[in-house]
Design a protein around this ligand. Structure first.
Ligand code: AMP
Length: 219
């Protein structure tokens, strides 16, 4: 049985709004390993107007996927940092088969791809209440995970915003992209004996408990 001390390389799969970011943050604190969220890295790059950010903007804002080579470059660079030596959680990457193949080709061998299963209708409902911190990337929900002070981030006090790509039409486009491009990754990792799935639960805590059970860890 694995313990919190053991290195763990984990991929979180699931539709946009499945709760990957929220669960990644919880697991990251409990396991003491970093979360690498390509969405957060891209949003920070867009905010700072870096070359990657300028390239990514039109894709992110319309709910399309950023080209694989951009994503692979970002992740490769991030995984080379020393804090990733003891394990990490990949949140939102890979999102296509070529991205998963690129990880393998670079010898980036993960322990488990954990998929959070959730119905599309639940997502559309959920996304309308999502709020994001532009300062540190933390996410909240007006009903299920509100901040301590309304409209302000608990970690850094920045004013919370609604992501442009959380608009209902864009959410629909992102769900289509998910089913077409990302969902085939479940078969990819199942073939390698690495896929685990959990059902989304009514509360964040209950979903975390399901994940812990699936991973065989005590949180
Ligand atoms: P997320 O925060 O994970 O929902 O990502 C937000 C947006 O960033 C996505 O809709 C894509 O436009 C882009 N993005 C994030 N991760 C990836 C990835 N691995 N591959 C391609 N595009 C990505």
């Amino acid at each position: 049985m694995e313990t919190e001390e053991e290195a763990m390389k984990l991929i979180l799969l699931g539709a946009p709004g499945a709760g990957k970011g929220t669960q990644a943050e919880i697991l990251s604190h409990k396991l003491g390993i970093p979360t690498i969220s390509t969405g957060n890295i891209l949003r920070a790059a867009m905010k700072n107007g870096t070359p990657v950010g300028l390239k990514a903007k039109e894709y992110v804002e319309s709910g399309r996927l950023v080209p694989d080579d951009v994503i692979i470059g970002i992740v490769e660079e991030r995984l080379a940092e020393p804090d990733c030596a003891e394990g990490y959680i990949l949140d939102g990457m890979p999102r296509t088969i070529p991205q998963a193949e690129a990880l393998e080709a670079r010898g980036i061998d993960i322990d488990c791809a954990l998929s959070i299963e959730i119905a599309d209708e639940t997502i559309v409902e959920r996304m309308s209440g999502r709020r994001t911190c532009p300062g540190c990337g933390a996410t909240y929900h007006v009903v299920s995970a509100p901040p301590k002070t309304e409209g302000r981030c608990d970690n850094c006090s920045s004013e919370l915003t609604i992501r442009k790509d959380d608009a209902p039409e864009t959410v629909k486009a992102r769900l289509e992209v998910y089913h077409r491009e990302t969902e085939p990754l479940k078969a990819f990792y199942a073939e390698r004996g690495k896929l685990k799935s959990v059902e989304n639960q009514p509360t964040i805590e209950a979903t975390t408990a399901e994940i812990a059970k699936a991973l065989g860890i005590t949180l």
